[in-house]
Each structure stands twice: as C-alpha cells, then as structure tokens.
Design a protein. Structure first.
Length: 576
C-alpha cells in the first residue's frame, strides 16, 4: 500500500546559540545533505572545500560586454584555475577600460582563504566594482545555488562522478520518513517540513495531495553502498562519518544499524550535538540503485501552513503516494474546476463530431449551459473559441502533470456522458495511468530541455574552439559536444547550424555577441556544410556559395565590413 513511515525528527536548527558569530551565521541556514555513505565525506560543510570562486562584481559588469569565454564568474575545482581566470579577467578589464586602477581589498571583501585575493576596481577616482578569487565552503556554495533542491558533484573535479542531493528549507525540526521495499529496507526517503509540526498523519497517508512544482528537475543520485546518510549541512561529511576512521563505511553502518532500517548519527562537531533539539544526522539502509530527487509542495494555503519536502525515490519502485485523479490543486478558472472543464470539452467534441458544418448554435447552447460567454464573429458564434477557456488550455499545454490530469479527467467525464459511473477500482486504474503519462511527459520534457541546453551551450563552446581549429577538427569536436544530436541523427550538423545562427543573431534570445567573428565564421560555415547529409547540401547549393552567404550575414550583423562589394548588394552580385 502507498504511504510513508515516520522514522523520527531530524533537525537543521539549534536550541542554544553558538559561541561564535561565524557559527551563528551558518546555523541560520536550513540545508540538508543526502548521499551515498561512500560519497558524503566529500562535503565540507562550513569548512573550506574543494571549490574556488572567481568573480567580478559591481557596475563594471555593465561597462564591459565581451568577457573572455563570455564569463565574469565561475566555480573552479582547483586554486590554479581560479587564479588564472582572475588574471585573465583583470587584464581584460584593463584593456577594455584603459584608465583603471586595482586596489587591494582583501580585508574589505573578507576572504575565506589567505591564498585568495581581491581588489576594488577604480576609474577616474570612482570605484566601479570589485573582483576576487577565494576558496569556498560547501555550505556557502549550497545555500547560494540551491533553489529548494539540487544535486551536485560530490567531487568538484569529477562532474560526471558521484553526486550529492541538497534540500534548502527552513531552519527547523523536520520529519524523516521512508517507504520500504519487499526486503524491508528503504526505497523512498523523505524529509518533510511542516510549520505547524503536524506531518505524521499525512506522512502515513503518503502525502496524497503533494505536487511537484515545475522547474526542479535534477540528475538522479546513485546509491551503491546500500546506505544513505542524511544530515544538516552545517556539519561536514568527514565529521558525520568520523567513526569509520577513513575505512569503507558499509561494514560499520551495517553493524551500527543491526536490525534497524535507520538510526541517528552524531554530527561529531564539537559542542553541536548537545545544542540540538533532535538528531541532525541519520544512516538509512536502502535498496541500491538510481534515485530520482524530487521536491514537493502540499496544501500551502492551509491554516497549518502546509508542507514541503524532498523525496529520494528509487527508479522502478512503486510510488509512495496513493494514485488519485488530479484536480489541478483545486484551481478554478472561469468559474470551472479542471473536472468541470473536462466535461465541457467532452461535450464540445461530441458537438463538433455530430454537426461539423453547423455547430455554432449548439456550441452557443453549451456555453449557456456552463455559464460561459458566447464569443461572436462575423459568421455568428465563433466556433474556434466557443466553450473553451484559453487560460485553462494554456496551463494544460504547458504543464506535463496537468496535461496528464486533464486526460484522466476527460476519461471519467466521457464515461459519465455515456451514463457510466466509474467504480473506485476504475478510478484507481485511471489515476495510475495518469501518473504513468505524467512521468512520460516529464521525462520527454526534461530530455527536450537537456537537448536545447546542450545545443545552446555547445554552440558557444564550438564557436570559441573554432578560432584554433580546422573545419575537420571542428566537426570532430562537435561530435563530442553535441552528443544528444549526434546520437539522434548520426551527425552534429544541427548543433553546428545552431552555431551559425548564433553568429548571425547576436543578442537574440540570449545569444552572446562574439568578438572577432572574422576568425570563426568561414570555418564554422565549412564545418556545418561538410557535416550535412547530401540531400541537405543539395538544398543549400554549392559549398562556396553557402559559405559566402554565411560570411556576409555574420559580418553584417556583427558590424564587420563584408568582403567584396559589401552588404546585400555584394551578395546579390555574387549570385549573378
């Protein structure tokens, strides 16, 4: 049966204030870290970690448009990379702005590391910004970059390696809950926030009305050791795992847990455990596998403040939430709930099927039945908009979960129009199908987003690489950069076409403006043409002509003199 079992309270707050101001600041942050027992020791907490930040801040960012590699900040896995970027940005600012001075500002900025460095940027006696590179604490990075949930590489220098999950929430006591597999170990793990601390009942029910807000899709988490460790991010992984003494943690945790599925751990931060209102760390015995990392919200408008939570769910495991036909969270638009709108749409479709040529009057009557306005045009009732609510249609089309709920609601509405009242078992089956459809749509949407993201970022990367590559080398590089497109079509041509369009449309839809486009335009155009399929090359015409057209477009849009006669006239003459 769906549902979750409460393990106990887990805290990301203290009952007594820390002795130092620095600790007090960090202890205001409600952040949990979750990861495989083999990986959590890489998380540094409020201690300095692996990553270094290089950053330029202030009005200077508005004075300079073309930054090296289109970046004025970046996290780095090593000090050398951060220092090198700092020197590059510093030289670039000096070259672009001319009369500037750099004034030591390490004390003013308040660096974490004595090996870091920072300066104020001054022009004509006026401070126009600052810049620094500095070693960062993982808790600083997590709180700065986490919107509710985030997965991040456990090892900064290994972005494709093991990952950790982070849940950024309120500084409070939460509820830790699990759902067990047939073997009796966890395959769903949830940390639930309830402002009124009333989560136990809805946890047992499986958080039935909880929904995933859009925009929180994360890479999955691999749990390979059979043990998950979850803890307040104020502590560090090495502190929490201190009892293992650097040895593989699974044998120690197996012995420590005994017959239990989960058990609290000490943070082992000096003085912290005594100041906690509840355990801040747990070890949990889990089914090995890939775990989806999801964020949920539920009943946020309720008098008790509602709930929000993170849930790690093993891929392929039965859901912990009971199947239910969704109702768009109770949303009402145009006086209609989702179920009402689904019924009106079913009746509308029946009218259109029966009366294809003269459906206007019947649709007008349907509008009156559901107390909707009757849209008119020169022909009478506007058939395209009658018995439709555009705001509902827009929401449904733009949200995979809502689309699945609408399909389920229409299925039930269709049965009722036939005089069939669905049984509880039928509703359960429809709800399960709804959840399956929602997952498929969300996965398809995520894949589409990933592909678009790779095309955009890859186009930027390939344009910069083209400065020092031949067309053939560009094609080879593009295969490694545009992996999704290359796997789909066998060629990186679409990615290279995106690079061509980016050069032609500086500033459009976030496209960067590149310096010295004359260094790359011809080579990118040649690489794109030579990676095309023969039928596409035939459509584009001869290689020489295609490359000339690209050069002319790119140069003209970037303010570079076009070779030959110039501009549109030059391209027109070339075709004569």
């Amino acid at each position: 049966m769906p549902g979750l079992e409460t393990i106990g309270p887990i805290a990301c707050t203290v009952k007594d204030e820390a002795p130092t101001e620095v600790e007090q600041g960090f202890e205001e942050e409600g952040l949990f870290v979750l990861g495989d027992a083999n990986d959590v020791h890489h998380y540094s907490g409020m201690d300095l970690g692996q990553e270094w930040l290089t950053r330029v801040a202030g009005p200077v960012n508005d004075l300079i448009k073309n930054w090296p590699n289109n970046e004025n900040w970046r996290y780095h896995p090593t000090e050398d990379l951060a220092r090198n970027m700092y020197a590059t940005l510093r030289n670039h600012i000096a070259q672009q702005l001319g009369n500037v001075q750099f004034v030591d500002a390490r004390e003013e900025i308040g660096l974490n590391s004595t090996r870091g460095y920072g300066e104020n940027i001054v022009q004509n006696g006026q401070e126009i910004g600052s810049m620094f590179f500095d070693n960062m604490a993982d808790l600083q990075l997590a709180c700065s970059n986490t919107d509710a949930i985030r997965t991040t590489p456990a090892i900064a220098a290994q972005p494709q390696g093991p990952r950790l999950a982070q849940y950024y929430t309120q500084s409070d006591v939460m509820s830790l809950a699990i759902a067990k597999s047939p073997r009796g170990v966890a395959e769903h793990i949830a940390i639930v926030f309830s402002p009124a601390h009333e989560a136990d009942l809805v946890i047992r029910e499986g958080m039935p009305r909880a929904e995933q807000p859009p925009g929180h899709t994360q890479k999955p988490l691999a749990l390979t050791s059979g043990f998950l460790v979850a803890f307040w991010g104020r502590a560090s992984g090495p502190n929490v795992m201190m009892p293992t003494q650097g040895q593989p943690p699974a044998p120690m945790l197996h012995s420590y847990l005994g017959h239990l599925v989960a058990r609290p751990l000490q943070t082992n931060v000096p003085g912290l455990d005594a100041r906690l209102p509840a355990p801040a760390a747990y070890a949990i015995r889990v089914e090995p596998g890939l775990y989806d990392v999801n964020y949920y919200e539920m009943d946020l408008d309720a008098e008790n403040g509602g709930y929000s939570f993170i849930a790690l769910s093993r891929q392929g495991a039965p859901p912990f939430q009971p199947a239910r036909v969704g109702n768009a969270g109770g949303k009402v638009i145009g006086g209609m709930s989702l179920a009402d709108y689904a019924m009106m749409q079913c009746e509308r479709e029946q009218i259109l099927m029966r009366q294809q040529m003269n459906s206007g009057p019947a649709l007008g009557q349907l509008c009156a039945k559901y107390k909707q306005p009757v849209p008119q045009n020169a022909m009478g009732v506007d058939v395209g908009y009658a018995a439709r609510i555009v705001e509902w249609d827009t929401l449904i089309q733009g949200n995979p979960k809502l689309s699945a709920e609408f399909v389920a609601a229409k299925t039930i509405a269709g049965m009722r129009l036939q005089g069939i009242e669905p049984s509880p078992e039928q509703i359960q089956a429809i709800a399960q199908q709804q959840n399956a459809v929602a997952q498929q749509l969300q996965q398809a949407g995520a894949a589409h987003q990933d592909a678009n993201k790779q095309l955009f970022e890859g186009a930027v990367q390939i344009i910069e690489l083209a400065r020092t590559r031949t067309p053939e080398q560009i094609i080879a590089e593009a295969r490694n950069i545009f992996t999704i497109e290359t796997q789909r079509s066998g060629s990186p041509a679409h990615g290279l076409m995106r690079a061509v369009r980016m050069l032609k449309q500086p500033g459009y839809e976030g496209n960067p403006k590149f310096a010295n486009v004359d260094q790359v335009a011809e080579k990118i155009a040649l690489a794109h043409y030579r990676s095309m399929k023969p039928e596409d090359q035939k459509f584009e015409g001869a290689e020489k002509s295609y490359v000339k057209d690209v050069i002319a477009d790119v140069y003209e849009k970037n303010g570079v003199p076009v070779p030959g006669v110039g501009g549109f006239l030059g391209r027109f003459m070339d075709k004569l």
